[in-house]
Design a protein around this ligand. Structure first.
Ligand SMILES: [Cu+2]
Length: 190
């Protein structure tokens, strides 16, 4: 009886010992892996750059700083409406956000802000007026670079867009019918 107990104890000790040894070796392996990460930092930087350029993963990466600008749409009659800025400036290729604040009080003080190729503001505005409200007064035209939603009186809307890589002059305009004459300006890409 005594001998059997001893045998059991001995067997239990062996199991405990084996467990300890295996724990110890696992820990060593983990430590080795931590101490010697087999990652090439050069290729890691390359991979990160690739990921940043990949639209599908951009959403999960920290957003790069954006160039933000406020534009106010002023006035409450067709005669005195205007944007508060004649010229807006952005860095070529940057990500930009324009907040359009409609300070108008009554209909039809409905505005938008559409960025077009240079010299195309009037043509885009006239085409937009024909499109009408179902298309938000924005024509499907290659001259349109970016377009905000419509801002009703008192509303503010955001236009997020990628500034063209090509430096130079562009136009911006409100394409709500009859507004382009008073509501237009220049976007300088520098
Ligand atoms: Cu307008």
């Amino acid at each position: 009886m005594l001998r059997k107990t001893f045998k059991l104890t001995s067997a239990a000790s062996m199991i405990i010992l084996a467990a300890l040894v295996s724990c110890g070796s696992e820990k060593e392996i983990n430590q080795t892996a931590e101490l010697k990460p087999e990652v090439d930092s050069t290729s890691l930087a390359g991979t990160l750059k690739q990921l940043q350029q990949d639209d599908s993963v951009k959403a999960v990466l920290p957003a790069p700083t954006k160039e933000a600008l406020m534009v106010y749409a002023r006035g409450n009659t067709l005669q005195d409406i205007s944007f508060d800025k004649d010229t807006i400036r952005f860095k070529a290729g940057s990500d930009a956000i324009i907040t359009l604040v409609n300070e108008g009080l009554d209909m039809p003080m409905i505005h938008n802000l559409v960025i077009t190729k240079k010299g195309m503001a009037k043509a885009v505005a006239l085409a937009g007026a024909k499109i009408g409200s179902p298309g938000n007064y924005i024509p499907k035209d290659s001259a349109v670079i970016a377009a905000s939603p419509l801002a009703l009186p008192g509303q503010r809307v955001k236009l997020e867009f990628k500034v063209p890589d090509k430096k130079g002059q562009y136009d911006f305009v409100c394409t709500y019918p009859e507004h382009y004459q008073k509501m237009h300006g220049m976007m300088l890409v520098e």
